[in-house]
Structures are given as structure tokens and as C-alpha cells.
Design a binder for this molecule. Sequence first.
Ligand SMILES: Cc1cc2nc3c(=O)[nH]c(=O)nc-3n(C[C@H](O)[C@H](O)[C@H](O)COP(=O)(O)OP(=O)(O)OC[C@H]3O[C@@H](n4cnc5c(N)ncnc54)[C@H](O)[C@@H]3O)c2cc1C
Length: 365
Amino acid sequence: MRTVRVDPVRMTARADAGVTWGDFYTATYPFGLTTPGGIISTTGIAGLTLGGGIGYLSRGLGLSCDNLLSADVVTADGRFLIASENENADLFWAIRGGGGNFGVVTSFEYRLHPVKDVYWGPMFYEIEETANILRFYREYIKNAPEQMGGFPAFQIAPPLPFIPENRHGDMFVAIVACWAGPLDQGPAQFKPFHDVAEVKAEMVGPIPFPAINMAFDGLFPKGIRQYWKGNYVRALTDEAIAVHVANGPKAPTVSSTMHLYPIDGACHRMASDATAFGHREENFSMVIVSAWDDPGADEANVKWVRDYSAAIAPHSQEGGYVNFLDGDDQNRVAANYGANYQRLVELKRKYDPDNVFHVNQNILP
Ligand SMILES: Cc1cc2nc3c(=O)[nH]c(=O)nc-3n(C[C@H](O)[C@H](O)[C@H](O)COP(=O)(O)OP(=O)(O)OC[C@H]3O[C@@H](n4cnc5c(N)ncnc54)[C@H](O)[C@@H]3O)c2cc1C
């Protein structure tokens, strides 16, 4: 189930549930169109869209679920339903953020937007610049044009040609930025990132949109072990920055990181009760993730995520983005949905009263 069918006149795409974001972006790119999706090509459109969908284009164009026009859903009782604003509107509301709780989606129809090549790239700064970079970023992003997406990150330097060989394996603080406005404005739009501190390594320039979403694939090969935690963040305070400075640089592997994704702009323009994905007043969605190969390293990797997450919790919202949470986060489901939770429970009772679909951040009927 990996077909994507683009309608360039209506500016929509219909994609089967087995499509990955790599499949999707590659199919829509020749038309100069896309929709906001994930930043790694191997992630499925299904789980990502149903939980919300945060990516480089979200400040300008909203979440993936904000661009969903309709979905084909097989419900727990075996019915085949179309969910859209006009048909089964309550189910359509629930699947835009409510995850896999309400049925098996077999096909998604998205609104497309004109985005083809973007100006993009990761910029690496000395780890001692962390507080400076995070303070800069919180002020910068408030007023940045909405075509600017991107996030600060911790990153152990992989052995890539754009990083000096003697720095491979060193820990850096990075900004990964994506300018989806006119390409010739890219260098000027990136100037603040070059002015804030000395960039020690970077790979910045014009690039096809599908390619940026493949850039980090090597960090998440199939079968890699993972552990996730996430919180929404309203304000990146000095106290929060101190916690990041103390914990981020200890990321145990090249695939372990903290990303702070901006979810302002177009994400804020949807009302909190317009979709199941609430929390439209938050400014960032933070993820702390560890990924590693060796089963013997489970404890150390999980511990890093848990310690960091516990330390930053007092400076974050209680709830987090459901797609950034793990199996041991079931006690957080109500907080993750905030004011929308009760309506989700009622719709779960309507569409899946026996909780057939429970391998998720589970909304109990
Ligand atoms: C490497 C990596 C990068 C990521 N990057 C991003 C990112 O940029 N932005 C972002 O928002 N999130 C990101 N995520 C988180 C991602 O949104 C979740 O992991 C999401 O669950 C992935 O969906 P999937 O379909 O690939 O996963 P799967 O493991 O196939 O599914 C996960 C869950 O989603 C539900 N589900 C999946 N398919 C269906 C379906 N057809 N019908 C109903 N329910 C279904 C089920 O509950 C299932 O258990 C990333 C995750 C990874 C591993």
C-alpha cells in the first residue's frame, strides 16, 4: 500500500497508509508541491499524521494533520468510513491528533502547497556555545518569517565530509534550519545563524525538499533500539536552558539528541479544539531521544533520556506530543490531550468501545 496519487490542479495528494514520507515527498516533488511531514524519510505518513505531524514546514503550513482533507478508516466493528469535514466529522476530528486509537486508516488525502527546493542545512557550534545558541534561538524564532523552520539540537559529529576529520566524534550544539521562501533569500535568511557564534562545520545551501528529509536517515537505520520522551514548552526560560546545558552534551550516541521543534505560526492559528491535537498555545515541542545498537547499552541510554526528561519537566508543560512518547507514558495520555481529552474518551466509546486499538498512547474508552 505505497501508492501516492497527486492531483496538481486541485493541489491534493491521495496516499496509501503504507507510504513513508520519503515516498510522499518524492512523488509530489516533480509537481513543485508538498505538505508538512516528518524530517526523516523512513517514517510512515500514517502514525505521524494521526498523532499530529511536526516538521520543517509546520510554522508556515501547520501540522500534517492540519493538512489532512480526508481519510479512509476501517473501524473496530469492521465498517469502512470516510472521515472528512463533511462525513463522520467527529471521527475526522479524533484522528487529527488522536493517533491510532479510532481505527485503521487505509488512505490519506492531503492538501498540497507550492514548495520545491529549499535553502537548508545543519550548522555546528562548539558545545560551550549551548546557552548562547539556545538564548539566541528563543528570541530569533519569535519573529522569524514563517517560511523559516528548524530547530536546535545536540549532535555528536558523524564522520561526514563537511566536518573536519579531527572533530569526528566530538559533541556539538547545532541549529538545523530550513528556509522554504524564495531561494535567493536563503543566504540572507541564514545570516543570523552565522552571526550568533562561529560555525565550526556546516552543510548549507539550496537542495530539493525530499533530500533534506533523507539527510538524517543514516542515524536511524531499521531495527535500531530507541527510547523517547517529549514535552510541550511554552517558554524557553534561562532555567530550562541551564538544564539543557547540563544534560544535552551527555547524549550517549551519535543517534541520541534533544530537538526543540517550533510549533508557532500556522500551528497557532488552528483553534485548540479544532482538532484532537490541542496545545495550540505552546511554542515548542521538545523531544529527547536515544537510539543505539547494542542491547547491552539499554540501561545507559534509557537512563540518559529519563534523567534529562526528569530535570527538564519542571520547566515544561506536563503534556507532550504523543508521537514523541514511549510505552511507559500511558499515565500521561490525559495531559497530552489537555482540554480535548474528555471528547476523545467519548469518541473512543463510540468508535472503539472494546479498545481493540490499544497499541498506542491509549485513550481508554
Ligand atoms: C526516525 C524517526 C523520526 C521521526 N521524526 C518525526 C518528525 O519529524 N515529526 C514527527 O511529528 N514525528 C516524528 N517521529 C515520530 C513519529 O511521528 C512516530 O514514531 C509515528 O508513530 C510514526 O508513524 P509510523 O506510521 O512510521 O509508525 P508505526 O510504528 O507503523 O505506527 C506507530 C503507531 O501509529 C499508529 N498507526 C500506524 N499506522 C496506522 C494506520 N494505518 N491506521 C491507524 N493507526 C496507525 C498505530 O497506533 C501504531 O502503533 C519520528 C520517529 C522516528 C522513529
